[in-house]
Structure formats: structure tokens, C-alpha cells
Design a protein around this ligand. Structure first.
Ligand code: FA5
Length: 347
């Protein structure tokens, strides 16, 4: 009996000791430590619970009840103290680390379309209005499509016009121009008429300078049908340039040579960077070549599945980075893929 009374006194002492210790605590770390000491598995209250089964039967409920009251009481104070400490920490951070809400906010960086994509999209828009549909074609090509079927047999000197990236796989190359797409499209549509554009990246193993890159975008135009003439080609290109750059822009068509067109020509635009005076962009000539073009060669029509006696067509290949350069006054084509954010941000 005496022993039981002692335990009740001990429980009261435990409670008093714990609450006194709690009073002095003002940090979360100390509070957690307090919890381990006074409410943890090997705390004194828990020891009392362990001793109860050895007690006199009649006293067990009384002791159990008392021990529970003490434990609940300590838990209650622990929760209150935790609340208090958290609140104090919050008040402290609000008053000590004051926010200056008048400071300008940090704007998130906004992405944008690359200048090359913007130009491609503008060209799609203009040529769509003129009746051309986009036809996608592969960048990794076969020698057959990039050269043979375009009337450039192996060992033909015209292959020198395009410095090629070869792969280790025999006959597989990176396309040097978008023209092989002409053959893919003709194979798909012949003998129906087509009026399409073939956009995308092309690759050349070239010496880079202000107007030459080793990778650049081209847009191929192809129209095949009945009674299509060089006049249609010229009219279409002039209309395109007018819609792209405005009516005051000067262009010229120069006779040229491509194995897959006959006759062939190249179109130059008066260099906007120097107003035709001559600069690094136009290699001092005052003109910048923007595209090659011509009437589709009868052999190519035949390779595509058309009868050249009944069908004719025109084709053109535009270098679209050159178009961007003229449009925005960019004086070095190497800026396009150098990925300098200061350059790209301007467009
Ligand atoms: C061709 O690639 C022909 N396939 C174009 C063609 C298509 C002719 C259909 C006839 C019929 P060329 O190699 O000239 O042609 O290139 C066409 C255009 O791509 C050039 O006018 C120029 O604007 C651009 N270009 C050529 N080489 C580069 C280069 N290294 N860097 C940037 N643009 C280039």
C-alpha cells in the first residue's frame, strides 16, 4: 500500500519536473529532446506503466489512471509548447527578415521561337497563300535520291557543287539540299499535279564564313502539272519576294546550272546589309544569292514517274537563313547556330 502511494507521489514529481523543464525551452530542437526524455520509451512515466502489473490488484486501476493523467497532461503541454515555438519563429522571421514588397519582381525568362523557325513559318504562310502545301522529307538520305535520281550520276563533276557529309554506311549521306524530296513527293503523287514546298535542314562540308554555314535550312518549291512555264516560275518567285520583303526590293535572275533543271537560274537580292554597296555579307558584290531554280529536267520528271511529253514543272531551292539575314540585317550566318542567347533574344 505504502509502495503504491509512493508511486503516486513519484508521478506527481515527474509531472512537476517535466513541466518546469518545459518552461525553459524555446527552440524546436530542445523541445524534441524534452519529448524524448519525458515521454519517450524509457522515460520515467513509461517506467511507471511497466511497474503496474507487479502492483497489488486493487491499486492497479488507480495507478494506471494516475499515470495516464500525467502522460496526457505532459502531451498536452508539449503540443502547446510546440505551437508557441512555431508561432514565435514565424513572428521572428516576419519582423527580422522584412520583405521589401516595393522591389521589382524577378520576371521568369520567356522562351521564343528561334529566328530560323520564325522565318520558315513566315515563308510557309506566304507560300500557303500562293497555293503550296508543306511536304516533309528525310534529312538522312540515300546517294540515289540526293544525286542519282536528280540526274547527277556517280563521278559526275556536278557532285562537286555539294560538299557532302558521308556516313559509314555505304550510300547513306546527310542530304546536301532539299531537292531529293522532289523525287519522294513525285513518287507519291505522280501522275497527279503537285504544288508543294519541302522545308528542312541540309548539311554541307563547307568552309564557314559570314554567308556559309555547314548546316542551314532550305525550302524547296516544286510545281508539276500541264503547261507550266518559266514565266510561272519567275512570276511565282517575284511575287514571293514582294510578299516577303515588300515591293521596293530589287532582285535579279541570273542564268546558272543545275543538273536537275533545264534551263536553270539563280535569284539574287540586293544586299540589304549594305544597300548594294558591297560588304562581308554579300562578299563585296552588293547582291546576295537567295535561291537556285529552273524548269524540272525531263529526266527528273521521268525518274519521278511523270511523262515529260505531257508534264512540265518548275523547282526552286531557297536558303532561308540568307532570307533571315536580309530581313533582319544579320551580318554573319554563323550567329544562327552559335546559340548565343544575346543574339537569339533579339528576335
Ligand atoms: C541547291 O541546293 C539546289 N538544290 C537549289 C535548286 C533547287 C536549284 C531546285 C534548282 C531547282 P545551291 O547549292 O545554290 O542550290 O543552294 C541553294 C541556296 O541555299 C543558295 O541560294 C543559298 O541561299 C543557300 N545556301 C547554299 N549554301 C549555303 C551555305 N553554305 N550556308 C547557307 N546557305 C547556303
Amino acid at each position: 500500500m505504502e509502495e503504491n502511494k509512493d508511486l503516486i507521489v513519484i508521478l506527481q514529481q515527474i509531472q512537476q519536473k517535466a513541466l518546469e523543464a518545459l518552461q525553459k525551452i524555446n527552440s524546436s530542437e530542445d523541445l524534441e529532446h524534452w519529448k524524448a526524455v519525458f515521454l519517450g520509451r524509457s522515460s520515467e512515466v513509461m517506467q511507471v506503466f511497466k511497474e503496474i502489473p507487479a502492483m497489488e490488484v486493487g491499486m492497479r486501476p488507480v495507478l494506471g489512471q494516475k499515470a495516464n493523467i500525467v502522460k496526457t497532461e505532459l502531451e498536452k503541454h508539449f503540443e502547446a509548447a510546440r505551437e508557441h515555438i512555431q508561432q514565435a519563429a514565424l513572428t521572428n522571421s516576419i519582423t527580422q527578415q522584412k520583405l521589401d514588397v516595393t522591389l521589382p519582381g524577378r520576371l521568369p525568362e520567356r522562351g521564343r521561337l528561334h529566328i530560323a523557325t520564325q522565318t520558315l513559318q513566315e515563308i510557309y504562310r506566304i507560300l500557303a497563300e500562293m497555293g503550296f502545301q508543306v511536304y516533309r522529307s528525310r534529312e538522312v538520305e540515300s546517294d540515289e535520291y540526293n544525286f542519282e535520281l536528280l540526274n547527277i550520276p556517280a563521278h559526275h563533276p556536278a557532285r562537286d557543287l555539294w560538299d557532302t557529309f558521308y556516313t559509314k554506311k555505304d550510300g547513306i549521306i546527310l542530304r546536301t539540299h532539299t531537292s531529293p524530296g522532289q523525287i519522294h513527293a513525285m513518287h507519291e503523287y505522280a501522275p497527279d499535279p503537285v504544288r508543294i514546298i519541302l522545308p528542312g535542314m541540309v548539311y554541307r562540308y563547307e568552309q564557314m564564313d559570314a554567308s556559309h554555314e555547314i548546316q542551314f535550312n532550305q525550302i524547296e518549291m516544286l510545281a508539276v502539272g500541264k503547261n507550266i512555264t518559266f514565266g510561272d516560275l519567275r512570276g511565282t518567285l517575284e511575287e514571293f519576294v514582294k510578299r516577303m520583303f515588300g515591293s521596293g526590293v530589287e532582285t535579279r535572275l541570273r542564268p546558272s546550272y543545275f543538273p536537275f533543271t533545264e534551263p536553270s537560274a539563280e535569284m539574287d537580292m540586293k544586299c540589304i546589309a549594305c544597300s548594294g554597296k558591297g560588304c562581308t555579307v554579300c562578299s563585296g558584290t552588293g547582291w546576295l544569292e537567295i535561291l537556285g531554280c529552273g524548269m524540272v529536267h525531263p529526266t527528273v520528271l521521268m525518274n519521278g514517274g511523270y511523262d515529260p511529253e505531257k508534264f512540265s514543272g518548275f523547282a526552286a531551292g531557297l536558303g532561308t537563313e540568307r532570307i533571315s539575314m536580309l530581313r533582319y540585317g544579320v551580318d554573319d550566318i554563323r550567329n544562327f547556330w552559335a546559340n548565343d542567347i544575346r543574339f537569339l533574344k533579339q528576335f
